[in-house]
Design a protein around this ligand. Structure first.
Ligand code: FMN
Ligand code: SF4
Ligand code: SF4
Length: 339
């Protein structure tokens, strides 16, 4: 029997999507059937999110200090959101649509030790499935996922799913690029190739565990690797204090160089939370509760946007495809040289 898997993911700047395609690739090579679904294509996630926005602590601390507009959507803190879980009628059909899948994976970047707020909203809005379905979570991060896995397991278990495991990987430090003077695509591309090879190994390990799950052999997968807790500690400290400090004092805000802006609307259309509108002169204006996915900043074709002076005139992250292309071109050129 072929096991059918669905991977649903949110990806701010492409790394989590890259991880999802690696999982799909390994699953196909091991006889699974695996479909990918970008959360932003599944439903009008912007509307879903805007009805009941969830703001993580780093957003609240940053934006309460310096509000960005006069258009404050009432938001829920994470605790409030967890205490007000209801099924969303818009998502009710999913139980039927997913009936054929034997396993569902939910993937997100780690933001402040949690899934991206837009993924949290989606998970909390899911219907309570009548038949318990097997699910797992997957995540990409920069070395400090904290209790992401426990959080996701709890939310999914409360929804009636059978949570069977978690896969995570750290690839390139994409979040710090916006503060760097320059960003070398070739060396980052080579790093991404190396990290992808390591990710394939841990996916293969996970697949061996999955085979056992579907054969009915009791769980053997070590959900939390104790070494990752020890080695993750410095990153955890950096993220708890460093990122918070940066967001609160230096990073938040939304600046625009009007002379550079060509009013192409890329930032407006790309924002997964639907936060950017045009002002009366046609320039982008960001509203409240930004999750800082960094997409508008990275995708603006003319580098007209910045969050703060710390990110003004700095490098931008072009996405994993561009980095892999740079590494591939280099590999081909060096092969030609050896002929
Ligand atoms: C606002 C924000 C918060 C983040 N918080 C964490 C964190 O707590 N721990 C961590 O290891 N990485 C953190 N990161 C890094 C991302 O998890 C990492 O860059 C991820 O691979 C990005 O995936 P994406 O390209 O799919 O958006 C954060 C990134 C952003 C933008
Ligand atoms: S993406 Fe950049 S150039 Fe395009 S509208 Fe937004 S700020 Fe202006
Ligand atoms: S405003 Fe920019 S950084 Fe904030 S959620 Fe939208 S695209 Fe992401």
């Amino acid at each position: 029997m072929v096991i059918k898997v669905l991977l649903i993911y949110f990806s701010g700047t492409g790394i989590t999507r890259h991880f999802a395609t690696l999982i799909q690739e390994r699953m196909a090579a091991n006889g699974y059937s695996c479909d990918l679904l970008d959360l932003e294509e599944l439903t009008d996630i912007t509307v879903l999110w805007q009805k009941k926005p969830v703001a993580l602590p780093y957003t609240i601390r940053a934006e309460v200090k310096r509000p960005l507009s006069n258009y404050p959507w009432p938001y829920l803190t994470l605790d409030e959101a967890l205490h007000a879980v209801t099924e969303n009628p818009v998502l009710k059909k999913l139980e039927n649509e997913w009936a054929d899948y034997d396993l569902i994976g939910f993937g997100s970047p780690v933001y402040g030790f949690r899934p991206a707020p837009i993924m949290i909203r989606f998970l909390l809005d899911l219907p309570n499935f009548k038949k318990p379905k097997k699910v797992f979570s997957f995540a990409t991060h920069d070395g400090a996922q904290g209790d992401y896995e426990n959080f996701t397991r709890q939310v999914l278990t409360d929804k009636g799913f059978k949570f069977i495991g978690h896969l995570d990987h750290s690839f390139v430090y994409s979040a710090s690029v916006i503060m760097r003077k320059s960003f070398d695509h070739l060396s980052a591309g080579r790093l991404l190739v190396r990290k992808s090879a390591l990710a394939r190994q841990s996916i293969n390990f996970f697949l061996k565990y999955l085979d056992n799950v579907f054969k009915g052999i009791p769980d053997i997968y070590r959900i939390t690797n104790p070494l990752s807790i020890i080695f993750g500690l410095p990153y955890r400290l950096i993220y708890s204090y460093g990122i918070d400090f940066l967001l609160n004092h230096f990073l938040f805000g939304f600046g625009i160089h009007k002379k550079k802006c060509i009013q192409c609307m890329t930032c407006v259309m790309q924002c997964p939370q639907g936060l950017i509108e045009l002002d009366e002169d046609g320039y982008p204006l960001r509203l409240y509760h930004c999750m800082y996915c960094l997409r508008c900043l990275n995708w603006c074709p003319t580098d007209a946007l910045y969050f703060s002076r710390l990110t003004d005139g700095k490098a931008r992250f072009p996405g994993p495809e561009v980095l892999l292309e740079a590494a591939n071109q280099d590999e081909m050129a060096s092969r030609l040289r050896t002929f």
